[in-house]
Every structure is written in C-alpha cells, then in structure tokens.
Design a protein. Structure first.
Length: 443
C-alpha cells in the first residue's frame, strides 16, 4: 500500500500537459528586471549602480542579514537603473534593470556538462557556498537554504527528505528535472547530507511519475544512504509537514519546524542548485519553469534566466490564448493571479499557468450548508469555515487560538466547498493580521 499523509487532502485533476516535454533553454531576453527580494527574509542590498557593467553570475545585491540571500546577475550587460517595479503580488519592489549585451559569464563558473561526483569539501564550507550562491527553496517557499542547514541549538537533524512530489496540478518542472538531471540531483543530495551531518536521505515521489521513481530508484544504488519512496497521489503532499508525515509517520507539532522531529526537507530543484553551486561554482540565477494551460498550443518546460519577463515565456509557448481568464504564477491551488505579463521570473517561479475564462471564473458565493467538507480535507486538522468567519469579522484573538497560523494556504478547503465560499481568501487575510499581532507582541 502506498504511503501518504494521514489527515485530509484532495485529488484535483492532474492536467500534467507538459510532462513529456523535455526542458528547452529559453533564448536570452533583451532586458531583465531582477528583484532584490526573491526569498523569505530581508531583501538584499544592491551593490551596483546605473552604468555598471555586469557579467552572468556576478553578485549585484548582497544579503543584508542571516535570513537573506545574495542576488546574482542572470545576464551580462549594463545596469540601466536601480528602481522599483511590480512583482507577482502587484506591489512595487526594488530591483535592478539590466540591458543585455552578449552572454559573458564570470570565470569561476564551470559551464561544462561533465558530472562531478567526488565531494572534496567539508560541511561548513558547503553551507557557506550555498549561502554565497543565493540558494533558496525552489518548491515555492523560497526559504534561504543555508538557514535550514543550521538547526537551532539543542536540535539535530536525523534525516533529509528530498521533495519530488510536485503535487500541484499542471506543473511538471520538477518531474522533468528528475528525468534529465538525475545524477546531479543525487550528488546535490549527498552534499546536503554532508552539510547536515546525516547518513540517510529519502526522495519522496508521487506515483503518477513512475518513470522518475524507476530511474531514481536505479540510480540510488550507486549513492550510499539514498532511497526512493513512492507515494500515493494526494494534494498537498508537497507541503513539508505532509511529506514528513507520509514518509516517516511523524507529525510536526503545531507552531514547530520540521527539525523538531529531526527532519529537513529540500526540493529536488534545490538539490540540483546545490550541486551546481558546489561542484560547478554556479550561483542560482536560472531555473526550470513550466508554461502550461488547456488552451496553450505548446505546453513547455523552459530553463529561464531570473528577471526574464513572463511575456517571453508565454510567447515561446505559442502565445496568449484568446480565452485566457487568468495568468497564474505557480499552480492553480497555491499560485497567485498575475496582473501583467511584464512580471519577471524569480527564483520562486515554478510555473506560469494560463487558465481559460470558463475555468477561472468564480461561481456565485452561497451560504455555508454545514457540510464539513472543508474540515474533512484540511491537512492541518483546522476548521476552515470557522477561520473564514473569524477573518471576515476580524476577530483575530480567537483566530490565533484556533491556530490560523498553522494554515499552509493549500486551498483544499476552497476547492472542495460546494457553496463556492472564499475560505482561503479570508483565512489568508486573518493569518496575515494575526502574524502582525504576534510580531508586534514579540517586540
């Protein structure tokens, strides 16, 4: 019997339209806008100015605190300006505009495709190089990876879990990466294990990717301590706490981090980025992005330079369909609607979903019928109908007591609601307000 997490979950139509499409390298854009905040934590501080010449892989913004990361240029050319522009949230964020001139990389980067398996670097040096390379979680959360590898005092990691679940409908970038960069991911996993000082790593992959399960299982025989676990298809299994529960059977306590049960979770894309950073001296300035949708003429997986406008990806996938109702950064469950095709690709951009008008239109909101479906599918064991009401009525003290901060914003409640109630919208609002209250209380 296939493993999965114990509480809640849903199984939306998978719609993996681009799963058989090999990764293509997107041509260089003429200009890029590279935000200085592409991670959870403090924005990086720009270290270049207008008129400066930059190369691919050069630091253009330095981390400003421990929970922050460096930002590197993804192109070579001249800095046009350091200014503000809208990100995927629609709010203006500071970043660096660069006009592209050629494709000149910094000399330290090894651009060959040769696999480097030998690891001749110690754990502390691995963590430092990961920090210098600006690596963050590429599953969507964009938490700085070097921070994950330094557990709080008194806690110790026992196992590394590599997330190859990719449970969001439509997205296939991780799937393709596992098929095309298998050994690199496994070497990256070994590097993370050495940094954490653990002897065991488990790669969790949902059973709708049998080719990836078979390939990685075979390859793992050459890598001591690595194994693959096939998981039942169940959204949101890609969530850290759900993956830990599915693979190890342990439950992360309310308000705690995965390290509380001895686990650290890293995405397959992050493991690949770690390989490139350590073995190839390559900072994180490009990633694989899925561009897809039922109306898209050429669903694709592109390797894209950070800062490239979304419009470039859409054009390469056949253009914007006439019946497009929403452009979503990410998948349909946890992704965010975008206001413009000018929004740049960032480290956290896993996919661009072009949803058809009929698919994206919201239905009429009806009264709650007390069916309890939202409660049954919540993977955190919460009561979404109650949290929505508390957010709507702005009763934030009660919302905190009802564990609104435990919500992982997976959208399972909204997806399953027969009355089309905007459960996640109000829960997200309440969670944001409660988070502000908690932070002010600590100050």
């Amino acid at each position: 019997m296939l493993k999965t997490f114990k509480i809640g979950g849903v199984h939306p139509p998978e719609n993996k339209l681009s799963k058989d499409k090999a990764i293509e390298v997107l041509p260089l854009p003429k200009t890029v806008f590279i935000p200085v905040a592409q991670h959870i934590g403090a924005p990086a501080t720009p270290v270049v100015k207008r008129g400066d010449a930059v190369k691919v892989g050069q630091v253009i913004a330095k981390s400003s605190s421990f929970v922050s990361t460096n930002i590197h240029s993804s192109v070579s050319g001249k800095v046009k300006k350091v200014d503000f522009s809208a990100d995927s949230s629609g709010y203006p964020k500071q970043g660096i505009f660069i006009d592209v001139e050629g494709d000149e990389w910094v000399e330290e980067i090894d651009r060959s495709e040769d696999l480097v398996k030998d690891i001749s670097i110690d754990g502390q040096a691995i963590i430092q190089k990961i920090q210098d390379a600006g690596i963050v979680g590429l599953g969507g959360a964009t938490f700085p990876t070097h921070v994950k590898l330094v557990p709080p005092k008194g806690m110790k990691a026992e196992v590394l879990l590599i997330n190859g679940v990719e449970c969001e409908p439509y997205l296939t970038s991780d799937h393709r990466l596992m098929l095309e960069k298998t050994d690199e991911i496994l070497v990256g996993t070994q590097l993370l294990m050495k940094a954490m000082n653990v002897e065991k790593a488990v790669i969790g992959i949902e059973n709708n990717k049998p080719d990836a399960i078979k390939l990685l299982s075979e390859k793992c025989k050459d890598y001591p301590g690595l194994s693959v676990v096939a998981l039942k298809v169940q959204y949101p299994q890609g969530g850290e706490k759900q993956l830990i529960n599915a693979v190890t059977g342990k439950e992360v306590p309310s308000g705690a981090l995965p390290i509380a049960v001895g686990a650290v979770v890293s995405n397959v894309g992050t493991a690949f980025a770690v390989y490139e950073a350590i073995q190839k001296n390559k900072p994180l300035f490009e990633r694989v992005v899925t561009v897809t949708g039922k109306g898209v003429s050429k669903p694709s997986n592109f390797k894209v330079r950070v800062g490239t406008a979304t419009s470039e990806l859409v054009e390469a996938a056949g253009g914007l369909p006439e019946d497009t109702g929403k452009i979503i950064s990410g998948g349909p469950m946890m992704g965010r609607a975008m206001s413009s095709l000018d929004i740049p690709v960032t480290k956290g951009t896993s996919g661009i979903l072009l949803m058809q008008e009929k698919e994206s239109a919201r239905e009429e909101v009806l009264s709650c019928i007390r069916c309890s479906r939202c409660t049954n599918v919540c993977p955190m064991g919460l009561e979404p109908y109650l949290l929505m009401t508390l957010g709507e009525k702005q009763i934030f003290d009660r919302a905190e007591k009802e564990r609104v901060m435990d919500c992982i914003e997976c959208g399972s409640c909204s997806y399953t609601c027969p009355s089309s109630r905007p459960l996640l919208d109000y829960i997200r609002f309440g969670k944001g307000k409660v988070g502000q209250i908690i932070r002010s209380r600590k100050k």
